[in-house]
Design a protein. Structure first.
Length: 224
């Protein structure tokens, strides 16, 4: 078989299992096109799992061997859900999650009176614990005034989950800024079925037109 035809055959190597698309990329373990490239995936993914539209169940699970009798399933040791969040260590009651939330200037202006939702309420019997946060501030020509310390709080609450916040001075300054917050404060009381908001203590900001992005790492914990 010609070398280029073999490359095309490998590149098309794919399978479908109940609408789940799995594609393996070509592994160039010999010379194609005149260049030796063992293990070269052409700067592409080695393998891809593409989910069907509307996927709700976990995208990937690793289970133990307790479910040998069909159709029983084993205990989940590791799983990746449809949003890319994961459980690990055989503890399905705890899921590690991350979210990225862009902030407009209008949202920054009213962070005290109208906190921005970062994570929605997770449902009855489930609590959210904030683990860390990164605040990326992009300065535009008009500086903010006023405001206060910014951090993640439970919806309707004012207590910062983390040991530190984004200082108002960072948001008032005429410069880009990247701030990392964490760890969680000691003995923080969890509240079930309550979302996480971004809140500015003391008062609203005013006048500015800069924007920001919040990246929040959090745990979703099933209580009981």
């Amino acid at each position: 078989m010609p070398e280029l035809s073999m490359a095309r055959l490998f590149a098309r190597n794919a399978s479908r299992f109940s609408r789940l698309f799995v594609r393996l990329h070509v592994n160039k373990d010999q010379t194609f096109g005149g260049a030796a490239a063992f293990g070269d995936y052409l700067n592409s993914q080695m393998a891809v799992i593409q989910l069907p539209p509307g996927q709700v169940a976990n995208a990937l699970e690793i289970q133990d061997s307790t479910g040998n009798a069909a159709p029983a399933q084993g205990n989940v040791l590791f799983a990746v859900d449809a949003a890319g969040n994961f459980t690990q260590g055989g503890v399905p009651s705890v899921k590690q999650c991350v979210v990225r939330v862009p902030l407009t200037a209008a949202q920054i202006l009213t962070l005290n009176t109208v906190p921005v939702s970062l994570v929605a309420a997770p449902g009855a019997g489930i609590a959210l614990q904030v683990d860390a946060m990164v605040f990326e501030f992009t300065y535009n020509p008009v500086q903010f005034t006023g405001g206060g310390l910014v951090g993640p709080v439970y919806h309707g609450q004012t207590t910062n989950h983390l040991s530190g916040g984004v200082a108002a001075a960072t948001i008032l300054a005429a410069a880009n800024a990247y701030v990392s917050l964490g760890p969680p404060i000691t003995a923080f009381p969890l509240i079930a079925n309550t979302g996480i908001d971004l809140y500015a203590a003391t008062g609203n900001f005013a006048a500015g037109n800069s924007t920001a992005v919040v990246k929040l790492w959090y745990s979703q914990i099933t209580l009981g």
